[in-house]
Write a protein that binds this ligand. Structure first.
Ligand code: BES
Ligand code: MN
Ligand code: MN
Length: 463
């Protein structure tokens, strides 16, 4: 391990430069305009895997963007770790709100990242975090320190719902056989307080369309006598939360897994400052479901949020128009035991039931996914715990995350394998937002922690 440490020290600059180059390719999976760049990124990841020491590497085409697969099998009798990550990124819009171009990485110091952070789309979510695994793998191979088999599956469609990954896993279940799935696509509490994510929320995502009259109308000639779909949609959306901020869809909470008082007390002991939280977001108060803390609202409770709403005239100046249509994109974050398909149906039924006769409504489901909880009494959790403790010098705390990685539940269903969510980002890294960044401390700490994980995992498995 000393050899490995000095190798990492010597190769620091190159390992950073390589990530910077990778971040220059705009691998936006949602926008067909970037299809070539997504493919180029896949190729680059494959080359990096090969160079790092994978025996077999393949860029696997799907109906959408390719999945990069790589493996190094050193001994069939040893355990196998499957690393999952994604090389696709969220769209950079609104680009004008970035302080530097999203695909021209720059390193800047911030208060939270005094050693500097790389500012670029995908730096944290998830190119930077996925790349740590390739660099740690390279270091282990170079220094004869790889203690088990490893498989990589780095996909290009996570940010659009991993629509082709399920089929890929089913088709290639044999090839993907492994003992544990290791993912770095989540966050830690802070650089001084490591944590391991032990839960993720599920997701149901729908788009709604409300139609009033069959064409846009003069808002003076018709206004007041015909339903304005934007007015109606706003009212419908507003009615989906009651005065306690509970979601009003009947049976929405029916299957929600409840936590014991003890479990809730334990999770609220995690270090968290509500004052700092409000300050960082420049809000005078937080907002959410009555009876739950902010930590609970963002982890063990489901939500309903409008992600976008549009319709009518939004150009310069004023245009008097009574629009024909209004739209919204609505996401519901789900918690264990809530079935995304069932929730989508409940939403649709309720949404239609609250629409007045004066409008027509259409509900189109998008991607979704199951929530996940990962156990803490497994060799892999123990290994992650020990690895983080060794790298950070402090015991990591188990925490439930608010985001979603739908494939975690899918891996369990299709491959029958549990996941360890050992992420290194910070919640303040602005993933999906303008000025996304990833701390250099976090990048290097990740590369340092990963080989410890492998080492401890093999030890724990042999127990
Ligand atoms: N890496 C995130 C998920 C995440 C972020 C989990 C921070 C925990 C902490 C992932 O790339 C993501 O953005 N997932 C989407 C869902 C997906 C179906 C588009 C999400 O959570 O919105
Ligand atoms: Mn991600
Ligand atoms: Mn993401």
């Amino acid at each position: 391990m000393d050899k490995l440490k000095s190798y990492l020290k010597k190769n620091k600059k190159r390992q950073l430069d390589e990530l910077i180059d990778l971040l220059k390719i705009p691998s936006v999976s949602a926008d067909p305009k970037f299809k070539k760049d997504v493919a180029k990124t896949a190729k680059s990841i494959a080359q990096h895997l090969k160079k790092a020491g994978a025996d077999m590497v393949a860029v696997c085409e799907t109906k959408g963007h390719p999945i990069v697969y790589g493996e190094k099998i050193i001994d069939k009798k040893l355990p196998t770790v499957l690393v999952y990550g994604h090389y696709d990124v969220q769209p950079a819009d609104p680009v004008e709100l970035w302080d530097s171009p999203p695909f021209e990485p720059v390193i800047k110091k911030t208060k939270i990242h005094p050693q500097g952070a790389i500012f670029a789309r995908g730096s944290c979510d998830d190119k930077g975090q996925a790349f740590m695994h390739i660099k740690a793998f390279e270091a282990m191979v170079e220094n004869d320190a790889l203690p088990c088999n490893v498989k990589f599956m780095i996909e290009g469609e996570e940010e659009v719902g991993s629509v082709n990954l399920g089929e890929f896993c089913k088709k290639n279940a044999k090839q993907l056989a492994c003992d544990v799935i290791l993912i770095s696509d989540t966050s830690i509490i802070s650089n001084k307080q490591p944590s391991i994510t032990v839960g993720l929320r599920g997701l149901s995502y729908v788009e709604v369309e409300v139609t009033g009259p069959n064409k846009d109308l003069h808002s003076g000639v018709y206004g007041g006598a015909v339903a304005n779909p934007i007015n109606i949609l706003s009212k419908m959306i507003a009615s989906m939360h009651d005065k306690n901020n509970k979601i009003t869809i009947p049976d929405f909470y029916k299957d929600v897994a409840r936590l014991s008082k003890k479990e809730r007390e334990a999770m609220n002991k995690a270090p968290f400052s509500i004052t700092q939280y409000k300050k960082s977001l420049e809000v005078k108060d937080v907002h959410g479901e009555k009876g739950y803390t902010t930590l609970e609202r963002t982890s063990i409770r489901p939500t309903l949020d409008v992600n976008g709403i549009w319709g009518g005239y939004i150009g310069e100046g004023a245009k008097t128009v009574l629009p024909s249509k209004a739209y919204a994109k609505i996401s519901m974050r789900l918690v264990p035991n809530q079935d995304p398909h069932k929730i989508t149906k409940l939403f649709e039924k309720y949404f239609k039931s609250i629409a007045p006769k004066s409008v027509k409504v259409k509900v189109t489901p998008h991607h979704g996914g199951d929530a996940a909880v990962t156990p803490t009494d497994t060799p892999e959790y123990m290994a992650a715990h020990k690895a983080m403790k060794k790298a950070f010098g402090k015991n990591p705390i188990p925490v439930r995350g608010g985001g979603s990685i739908p494939i975690v539940a899918l891996f369990e269903k299709v491959l029958g394998v549990k996941t360890v969510l050992m992420g290194f980002g910070l919640d303040s890294d602005d993933i999906h937002s303008p000025n996304e960044h990833y701390g250099l401390f976090n990048y290097y700490k990740g590369i340092e922690t990963i080989p410890y994980f492998y080492q401890f995992y093999v030890q724990e498995k042999a127990k």
